[in-house]
Design a protein around this ligand. Structure first.
Ligand SMILES: Cc1ncc(COP(=O)(O)O)c(C=O)c1O
Ligand SMILES: [Zn+2]
Length: 416
């Protein structure tokens, strides 16, 4: 018999899995805790044709889910490329979460979140978002036929993502403030207006996101990489990855724990500072700023869970500049893999950690590319036309205009 509970990470108090709550009475975050789960490598291998790379691992995600809302999320590719290895200075495996239905890893959390919202008979779902969460929630809510409200920071969201949220029919509110203000508002709306909040503060979202690493390790024939590098914004993935790895070890699915390298942008680095200074309280960033708008967050809700993941996996937190992020992105893009700015933080961070000697040359690093290249075309075009303030285009592919003649073409090609 499998028993599922919600358990506070601070005081250990347990709640029924059907309770509609995201936090303990003491204010602590909740984990989904399943007892009595029995799984094996063979069992998951035999489901390789499962249409969802989330529900393939149902026992590890949501054992009691019945009416599942899925759009075929997960099943994303892993890529190796010599140019990428040369750039980072070690062996890279790029796990491309931009290949999900709405173009980011959020779909893995949202299939579980919306399934749970329906089980709880929620009338309205809501989220605060730097863009991708709103795109994903809007799609899954529309698909399931449930009302959706999203809050985004005014003017600081990539157009690809905003257009998705609008197109999928969500009520979209620009909040005068940053993501952290929007997050505060949605939590209040959740309590006072009975909206079911599907940010990563909701523990069910993280159960879905665990499958990024479960699927990755399954794809690698259950051999773990030495490191898993991931960008850190609201700290949902970092939290989910640690939980997944601990559970996989306990269940005998893996023998060795990979180390997590969580990467922040220097202008939005609260957890980097907190970890570096061994602070017991979060050292918030009041006005976070980075070109990687997806991780432009100064007060990550999951910070305590994320630090737990770092401790459990002997992991590290690193920070990278916008210059490093955009250069890494240009390299990932030019390899034919492609990603949005925040995603490239994983590669930029890996390169930095190799240079610092934290990651040894030759160690295998799985870099999670969290979002699709097409999410933020402005960032890409501005980089290649040298229009990003404070960022030099080191890997620029310049757009050229020519007269429609062979002579003009030959001249232009000779120049390059
Ligand atoms: C593309 C992308 N990368 C990274 C992140 C940050 O993920 P997390 O909040 O799980 O740290 C986000 C969150 O919005 C995102 O959209
Ligand atoms: Zn508690």
């Amino acid at each position: 018999m499998v028993e599922v509970k919600l358990k506070c990470i601070e005081c250990g108090k347990e709640y029924d899995e059907n309770e509609s709550r995201y936090q303990c009475d003491c204010g602590g975050l909740l984990d989904v805790k399943s007892e009595g789960v029995e799984v094996s490598r063979k069992m998951f291998d035999s489901r390789k044709d499962c249409e969802s790379g989330v529900w393939r691992y149902k026992e590890l995600v949501h054992p009691s889910a019945e009416k599942i809302i899925s759009k075929g999320e997960g099943g994303t590719g892993i890529y190796s490329n010599e140019k990428l290895d040369a750039y980072a200075g070690t062996k890279i495996i790029a796990k491309h979460e931009g290949e999900n239905p709405t173009g980011s890893f959020k779909d893995r959390g949202m299939t579980v979140g919306i399934t749970e919202a329906l089980r709880k008979k929620a009338k309205v779902v809501a989220c605060a978002s730097t863009g991708n969460t709103s795109a994903s929630l809007a799609a899954y809510a529309a698909f399931a036929g449930i009302k959706c409200v999203v809050f985004i920071p005014e003017g600081k969201i990539a157009y690809g993502k905003l257009s998705q949220a609008l197109a999928y029919g969500a009520r979209v509110f620009q909040v005068q403030g940053n993501f952290d203000d929007a997050m505060r508002l949605v939590q209040q709306a959740g309590k006072e207006m009975n909206m079911y909040v599907l940010n990563s503060v909701n523990p069910w979202r993280l159960e879905g996101q665990k499958t990024i690493v479960i699927e990755l390790i399954n794809q690698l024939g259950w051999r773990t990489p030495d490191w898993i590098a991931v960008p850190l914004g609201n700290a949902g993935n970092t939290s989910a990855f640690g939980k997944a790895l601990v559970e996989m070890k306990e269940l005998g699915l893996i023998e060795r724990m990979p180390r997590i390298a969580a990467i922040q942008a220097t202008g939005a680095n609260p957890l980097y500072k907190t970890w570096k200074e061994k602070s017991r309280e979060l050292l918030r960033v009041k006005e976070p700023e980075t070109i990687a708008t997806a991780i432009r967050i100064g007060n990550p809700v999951n910070w305590r869970k994320a630090l737990r993941s770092i401790n459990q996996t002997n992991g590290v937190i690193e920070q990278v500049t916008d210059q490093e992020i955009m250069d890494a992105k240009a390299v990932v893009d030019a390899c034919g893999i492609g990603c949005e700015p925040a995603s490239a933080a994983s590669v930029a961070g890996t390169k930095k950690l190799v240079e610092n000697g934290v990651i040894k040359r030759g160690e295998r690093v799985a870099c999670v590319l969290t979002g699709n290249l097409l999410k933020d075309p402005d960032a890409t075009i501005n980089y290649h036309s040298g229009k990003i303030e404070g960022v030099k285009g080191r890997f620029v592919n310049k757009l050229q205009t020519i007269e429609p003649t062979i002579e003009a073409l030959e001249k232009a090609l000779a120049k390059r």
